[in-house]
Design a protein around this ligand. Sequence first.
Ligand SMILES: *Cc1c(COP(=O)(O)O)cnc(C)c1O
Length: 452
Amino acid sequence: MHYYSTRNKNEVVNFADAALTGLAPDGGLFVPEEIPQYSAQVRTSLGKMDFCDIAIETIKPYVQGEIQDSSLSDIVQSAFTFTAPLVAVADRFTSELFHGPTAAFKDFGARFMARAFSYLRRGEDRPLRILVATSGDTGGAVADGFFNVSGIFVTVLYPKGRVSPLQERQIAGLGGNISALAVEGSFDDCQRLVKAALADEGLKKRMALSSANSINISRLIPQAVYYSAAAGKMSAGLTDPDGEATPRLKGKKNTAALRPGKPVTLCVPSGNFGNLTAGLYAMKMGAPVNQFIAATNINKTVPDYLDSGEYLTRISQATVSNAMDVGAPSNFERMAAHFSWEQMRNIILGVSVSDDETRETIIRIHEQSGYFLDPHSAVGWKGVDKLLSSNKIQEGAAGILCTAHPAKFSEIVEPLVGKPPVPAALTRAMERTVNARTIPADAAALIEVLSA
Ligand SMILES: *Cc1c(COP(=O)(O)O)cnc(C)c1O
């Protein structure tokens, strides 16, 4: 598969180069030259396939000729040691993407990426420095995914004081080949610093550099897998048994009704829009999904664009769903490379949810069903409510991607509805000590730290 830069169609590379460089030299993002198609046989059996088999079928055409089939299978089996169950909650379906080690969907992309990098760099002796800007969840997932991978060093930049205590421990508590920088600024500042460092000629001469943000195509492609799994199950009329991580009130009946054979709508709580872009890839590959809901918090750059056709980035504002506090979503450039405004409007419904609505939703769903929603998933839930009440979608059709485990954001969830059950991996992470260096929101400061 060839990949080209969103800023120059003639800037063509293979998967290894697209993955290992992260950002194209012209500042653009790499996109696949074409979106491959599932075979008819795969398309009709997605609902019943094993998660790793869906992963192999999804990823294979993107890495053909560069990762051998048997190695891809090894990478997938070792990355996806957990799945994404589709469960019925009240009158909805949720695709739970939080059963990985850092309890958020980013584990899927980060774990695949770390293993793919290690494979693609076999035989290299020059160490690789990976830079990653995070609004909270990416950093932890990437740190965890790359921890102890030899020959690779990771520097995570996060907005100081704007991530949760648990997120900070996941980012800055591992040590070893992972270092953490607390930036005196916003996530957008962190992202700007990373972009500047990746483009710095002096640094590039001195070290092999890459990024691990959702701008990296090798993180994005594996995220298409759980869309195909969720849409496949929903349209086949199948759900998974409830997991113990997500208690339901005894005696409360699920009223969710699957509509087998119908293409589905999936609601994606969105910030930097990597997740939604992966969903668009899954749809184009042939997963039975025909519509997406992009649910944002008040950082609603993309919903506003879908309304008006004008793309106006802005300074991000802090919310209770902090992993979505993005005013200038970097993956928008990728969406715009594949789809015009009119096309996007046909496929994607935008909706924005306030913090009050988010809290109210966490309380209401817990009262109704005993289910704990994290603030990001609650934005998705409320987004569906709002579109239902304005008749933009129909009852029963939408599944919601639950992007994080409620215990990951217990400082918000617990005062509202009590303490959610805590996965063992999060208990272990809380015991770590934070070891981060503070820097100003200035590219020169980052370049200096990296050069030292
Ligand atoms: C990163 C994240 C999001 C936003 O995903 P994007 O790909 O940036 O749109 C939503 N929810 C959680 C919990 C996240 O960690």
